[in-house]
Design a protein around this ligand. Structure first.
Ligand SMILES: [Zn+2]
Length: 389
């Protein structure tokens, strides 16, 4: 199906000389010490690949996984640690022989990743139609950007007869989440979500996709490093990526270095875009709960109580928020990973977690018993009062 693209890769790759300058190995971003390759690389040979065929199966049904709690917590945790690429990955033709999935390249969707994204979408958007298809499309917008970045880089490599892509990947190995390419890929999702959102474009037709832009925003803002930078200026992000790719200058301040080439970042001919050019697979028989360290799982929330101080506040000063607070608690127990809750570690106070009550109010919680999922709310108020920006 994709021989044209494969031939392009093969023709250019054979004339490239590798650039081993030390410069190429440096990425001056915070070290995340979590290598995504380590995570996907641990997927074993028992994984089953099933080609995704959009032409014959628009709904792209998988098992309606009644996902075990362990798996849900692992997937939700993986999204916070590894970003959206915990759910699906793009593997370049350049790495055809490498793990995971030797002899295959393209976009790989984890079955439990798709199923969980669908659940998360439905938590916040219960009226969403074709939710399974939307989940695939969501991930496609991110992963297909990686394909575009790859092929666009290949064009420059062909002219320069010098490797650019591979040194870039090596340089970011210990801080993969900081690649401006990830911000650009999530930006691609963001632009798609805004177009899909019925509330923003009322002429889109009958599909109820209202709220998907808000979902995408919340979902991507809790992702690590560059993943959360999707709403920054696209021009600046492209410039930052160009400085890294072409000059080996990998830090934010390097953005002005190759402004001349930045418009071509991620730009490929129309005929090379789209599903027919990239093989797509559903990856079955893989459990994230077996691959991801327990320390990274999302916390269990079963019981929530308020401290005396918070209970008093809700009974008096914030009485008007009582119903919203009850609904928030209920959702936090029923749908802990829901994007709309924005439930996240509150970094300024280790041990505290923060949840959104409404656009202006948040609550801070502390786990009393992590294995039983018992929590106490210790702060409740306007987000500015609680120290949020
Ligand atoms: Zn990515």
């Amino acid at each position: 199906m994709s021989t044209r693209v494969e031939r392009l890769f093969a023709d250019v790759l054979k004339i490239l000389r590798d650039d081993d300058r030390d410069l190429q190995r440096i990425a001056d971003y915070p070290d995340s010490n979590i290598a995504l390759d380590d995570f996907w690389g641990t997927i074993g040979d028992d994984a089953v690949l099933q080609p995704v065929d959009r032409a014959t199966d628009r709904r792209l049904s998988g098992d309606e996984t009644d996902m075990a709690e362990d798996e849900r917590r692992a997937v939700d945790g993986a999204i916070r640690v590894h970003g959206i690429d915990a759910l699906a990955m793009y593997k370049s033709y350049r790495y055809l022989q490498k793990r995971p999935f030797p002899n295959y390249w393209g976009v790989f969707y984890l079955e439990s990743g798709i199923a969980r994204l669908e659940q998360l979408l439905l938590y916040d958007l219960p009226a969403l139609q074709d939710s399974r298809f939307v989940a695939f499309d969501f991930l496609w917008r991110h992963e297909s950007y990686h394909f575009r970045f790859d092929v666009a880089s290949l064009a420059f490599e062909g002219v320069a007869q010098k490797a650019l892509y591979e040194p870039q990947k090596r340089a970011f190995y210990r801080c993969r989440d900081q690649q401006p390419e990830e911000a650009l890929a999530n930006h691609n999702v963001w632009e798609w979500a805004k177009r899909e959102d019925l509330s923003l474009s009322p002429r889109r037709g009958k599909l109820s996709r209202s709220g998907i832009a808000n979902f995408a925003y919340d979902f991507m803002k809790t992702q690590p490093g560059a993943y959360a930078r999707f709403d920054e200026s696209i021009t600046d992000l492209r410039r930052e990526a160009a400085a890294g790719l072409f000059e080996g200058l990998r830090f934010r301040g390097a953005a002005p270095q190759r402004i001349d080439l930045s418009p071509w970042i991620g730009l490929i001919p129309t005929e090379l875009r789209g599903h027919g050019n990239v093989p797509e697979y559903l990856v079955r028989n893989v459990r994230l709960s077996k691959l991801l360290a327990l320390a990274h799982w999302f916390p269990l929330v079963r019981v929530i109580s308020e401290s005396d101080d918070v209970a008093k506040k809700i009974a008096t000063r914030y009485q008007n928020l009582r119903q919203q607070w009850v609904a928030t608690k209920d959702k936090l127990v029923r749908a802990t990973g829901a994007a709309g809750l924005n439930f996240k570690q509150w970094k300024p106070s280790p041990g505290l977690w923060s949840v959104r009550v409404n656009d202006n109010f948040r609550a801070h919680l502390r786990a009393i018993d992590t294995t039983k999922g018992i929590w106490e709310v210790v702060e409740f108020g306007p987000h500015t009062e609680l120290g949020h920006g």
